[in-house]
Ligand binder design. Sequence first.
Ligand code: SF4
Length: 280
Amino acid sequence: MNRQKLPHGIEWTRIKQVIDGEVIELPGYTWNPTGGCLHGCTWEMPDGSVTECYAKTVAERLATSAYQHGFEHHYWRPQALNAPLRVKDPSGIFVGSMADLFGHWVPEEQIRQVLDVMATASWHTFQTLSKYPIRLAEFNPFPANAWVGVSLPAGHLMKPEGGARALKAYLSHIERIRASVRFMSIEPLWFDVAPVFEAWLKQHDRLPFEWVIIGAASNGRKLFQPREEWVAALLEIFDRQRIPVFFKGNLEWSPWRNEFPTMQRMDRRFEDRPRIALAG
Ligand code: SF4
């Protein structure tokens, strides 16, 4: 497992929770019992350049010994399975920072072994993120300490209209997930997402997730900020829905927000879960 320390690392693994009235920041880790990904995400940047997935760049330039067959390959690392059990302090652990654990190519048996470890290591909070939400409900109910996330569809081979269509389908899949926290990663915010959520809310009382991450696009060191009106429209919806918002460090926005959801017990009715944001 890799510790996610300031100023680098994946900041949303360092979960803030209120314990006995005090705000505690958990240590953050990434954990990769599976590796590699076949989704092949790329994004076209506003300047016309095309960027690929950051994990692919890391795997094929910096971690070649661990990814001998390249990034677009499935790696199963059973020797890494018990790593969370050896960390005794409650931590936030992002599962599959170099993979999509729920990708269509990952054998069900391997996913279930990973979920079993998550359930056993009940003192940690695990976060997963997938671009294949159609498969997620197959693993219902998730361990009580799992936050199950879905990323915005990638911009490869898609125009914004295609992204909006895919996102609409994603929402239906997310709605079927039974987890204490469901979340969406909207990074990069590469098209105007708010109208898709507004359309959903015309037919449903609420959006089907309890936490959201918003970030800018990047190609190497070059950052591309989303349009201001896209972000403003999203914040208006999330505030109305009382969904906590976490800004990635690459987003330029004020006032800054790094909010987290509270863990809710699995035995509560999903409809009854309160939406409480913690100050960042
Ligand atoms: S799903 Fe994630 S890990 Fe897989 S290629 Fe896309 S961005 Fe990379």
